[in-house]
Design a protein around this ligand. Structure first.
Ligand code: IVH
Length: 675
């Protein structure tokens, strides 16, 4: 090949590889498989090896990690990288807005550009004529460190800004110096994966995605960085001539056009109500975001006004971080006890000095299992960090070892069940969980009854933990079937009940004597049977007796039932205890309805619901789908038939669904299908 010909081919390859990167990382779409893109990169590398004079620093081959540095060079920022003042609630938000309005003409009503605040590591990227020349950490805001070699390994950072822009007026950003600021984050799923790999290799685990991102980017050896999944998400665009970027909203449009990832959730609003609504929505849905967040960033949209408002200390007046209630706090471990679950699992639970986390008081936190306690070395008397997100069970993150005074007591896993003194066992040697194997263990019985009465199972109103404990303590019941023998007069003898409440509970129980088969199967509390498996089993076997007599091979024919689940079902039905329970149910006239018409209208159809529906919660939607024979899936897959799209749904999810050719329906259309 002649040099000129090679140059043409190289240019074409670079363009296509860059397009692939942009489509994949920025638009969440894919124009070809990863293998095909790798193959193109391979060809480009070969050509560049043959014609080394044609290599340029912006070539996609130049992402490969360079040599390790001995230290990072300090670099002064062109403009300070500021931090933000925090506001924690509506009142503080209003106070901030009132303060800035005082500094602005009375007739001016500001617009706010709001975005999710990402929990990562800030960095500035400097482009000269569209080519990445430098990446700098925030440092102290004035001077950062040169992390160019590391940042070059991030696929989400364009080495060359996109040249075929959607809006030709953006071309000016490809000339001279353009600085792009943003957050380097590690996605939650990548973090989990990384830790799983480390656990398998016997390496110490990382604490959280943010520290891992920060620690990684500060490694002197770029090859280490290249092996860790970091992403850059942009939030700011700087030019020497500030008029070129009149608003923050415009900055995001340009950033996206230049080939950077920006948060699609960001939006322009003009009132406190809208800011608070956005905050509430994303506080609730933050688990759906790929990265961690601790609030939102609110900025005056007009950058001229923003600039005029000035800076106090290190924070601009024209922007604020609206923070969610902290999800972590520190407190002391008063004790560690063992909680025995429905299936006998013995879980160490820390009793804490009460502390407010994410808006509610936490007094207990799970320690998961013995090896977790040992790994984290949590002792009675330790000061610990406790984490709670939304309605997730609080967790002990770590012990603050430096605060120990020697009086702390290490935890010793008991050999026997604290409730019934049965020896604790492991079902398999490699299991992390110890179990109480006594089916009649008081704790197991209590939780079994609670499970039977729970929302997803028989849904018996009024039969929650407190009442179940009271009924067991009084000796009125000994196991689940006994609840059907309770009479109003029996309850009146207990402190907790009066005429009306007693009648209500008895009615609630009696109204659930012929439940749908799926609910009953789930309610039996057989290990590994969740709500969806219960539905699949009910639809397949139609009668409880048929399910009870099914052989392993027949069970495995059911979709979603593998060896473990099949075996668990067979074992359950073989146990004498289960048989006597079923006999008692039957004697009392309690028996699930046979499934007559399998499926119904939505038979075989698979649904994903994205966003929050206005007329019902997710569980209710799932129930409606299942009761009509459909399947409720938690994420979009190749086999998904319908994507139900609620309000406030991100564009990337929709684009993915559109690409997979999934039919999208709105809430009204969904309601028609399930009515
Ligand atoms: S805009 C004047 N937008 O939050 C600073 N910052 O306390 C304007 N951050 O260190 C920053 N997500 O790195 C902005 N969507 C977002 C952000 C964001 C995270 C970080 C930023 C900075 C800190 C501000």
């Amino acid at each position: 090949m002649k040099s000129a010909e090679a140059q043409r081919r190289i240019n074409k390859l670079r363009k296509l590889i860059n397009d692939y990167r942009y489509q994949y990382h920025v638009l969440d779409e894919s124009i070809m498989s990863e293998a095909a893109a790798d193959s193109l990169k391979h060809e480009l590398t070969q050509l560049e090896t043959e014609y080394p004079e044609l290599i340029t620093p912006d070539s996609p081959t130049q992402r490969v990690a360079g040599v390790a540095l001995s230290k990072f060079e300090p670099i002064e920022h062109s403009q300070p990288m500021l931090s933000l003042n925090d506001v924690f609630d509506r009142t503080e938000l209003e106070a901030w807005i009132a303060r800035i309005k005082k500094l602005l003409p009375p007739e001016y009503s500001p617009e706010y550009f709001i975005d999710i605040k990402m929990d990562g590591f800030a960095a500035a990227l400097v482009y000269e004529d569209g080519v990445l020349v430098r990446a700098i950490t925030r440092g102290d805001g004035r001077t950062g460190e040169d992390i160019t070699a590391n940042v070059r390994t991030l696929e989400s950072v364009p080495l060359l800004l996109r040249t075929d822009l959607k809006d030709p007026t953006h071309q000016k950003f490809l000339k001279g110096k353009t600085e792009i600021r943003g957050e380097i984050v590690m996605y939650k799923k990548d973090f989990e994966r990384l830790n799983t790999v480390r656990a398998k290799a016997g390496l110490p685990l990382f604490a959280n995605p943010r520290n891992t991102a920060a620690g990684t980017i500060r490694q002197l050896d770029p090859s280490l960085v290249a092996g860790r999944p970091l992403r850059f998400r942009a939030y700011d665009l700087l030019r020497d001539d500030t008029k070129e970027v009149p608003t923050n909203q415009f900055a995001y449009q340009v950033l996206n056009d230049l080939g950077l990832i920006v948060n699609t959730q960001s939006t322009l609003v003009s009132s406190v109500d809208e800011i608070v609504r956005f905050a509430d929505i994303w506080e609730e849905k933050r688990n759906n975001l790929p990265f961690n967040t601790d609030g939102l960033v609110v900025k005056i949209n007009d950058r001229e006004v923003f600039k005029r408002l000035g800076v106090v200390g290190k924070a601009p007046r024209g922007a604020a971080a609206y923070k969610y209630a902290a999800e972590q706090a520190t407190t002391k471990v008063k004790d560690i006890f063992i909680s025995i679950g429905r299936t006998g699992s013995a879980t160490p639970v820390a009793v804490l000095e009460p502390v407010v986390v994410a808006g509610s008081t936490v007094q207990m936190a799970t320690l998961h299992n013995e090896s977790e306690v040992m790994r984290k070395d949590i002792r009675i008397g330790d000061t610990i960090i406790v984490h709670k997100a939304g309605d997730i069970i609080p967790e002990v993150v770590e012990a603050l070892v430096k605060l120990r005074d020697g009086s702390e007591k290490p935890f010793v896993m008991p050999k026997e069940c604290p409730e019934c003194e049965t020896k604790l066992v492991k079902l398999k040697a490699e299991d992390a969980v110890w179990r109480c194997s006594n089916d009649q263990c008081p704790s197991r019985v209590q939780k079994r009854i609670q499970h039977y009465a729970s929302k997803g199972a028989l849904d018996i109103e009024g039969l929650g933990e407190k009442n179940v404990v009271a009924l067991l303590d009084s000796g009125l019941i000994k196991d689940t079937p006994d609840i059907y023998e309770i009479k109003k007069e029996d309850l009146l003898g207990l402190d907790r009940f009066a005429e009306i409440s007693a009648a209500k509970l008895v009615n609630a129980i009696q109204s659930k004597k012929t439940p749908p088969l799926a609910r009953f199967i789930y309610g039996l509390g057989i290990r590994h049977i969740g709500t969806q498996t219960a539905v699949d089993l009910a639809n397949h076997f139609r009668r409880l007796d048929t399910l009870g007599n099914a052989k392993l091979a027949e069970l495995r024919e059911v979709e979603g039932v593998g060896d473990v689940v099949a075996e668990s079902i067979v074992v359950w039905f073989e146990e004498e205890e289960s048989q006597s329970q079923l006999a008692k149910f039957r004697r009392l006239g309690v028996w699930p309805q046979d499934v007559k018409t399998v499926g119904g209208a939505l038979s075989g159809k698979k649904f994903v619901v994205t966003g929050s529906l206005e007329t019902m919660g997710r569980e209710e939607a799932a129930e409606k789908i299942r009761s009509r024979g459909g399947t409720f899936q938690s994420s979009v897959g190749k086999d998904t038939n319908y994507l139900v799209v609620a309000a406030n749904v991100g564009a990337s999810k929709l684009a993915k669904a559109a690409k997979l050719g999934i039919t999208q329906i709105d809430e009204a259309q969904f309601m028609k299908l399930v009515s």
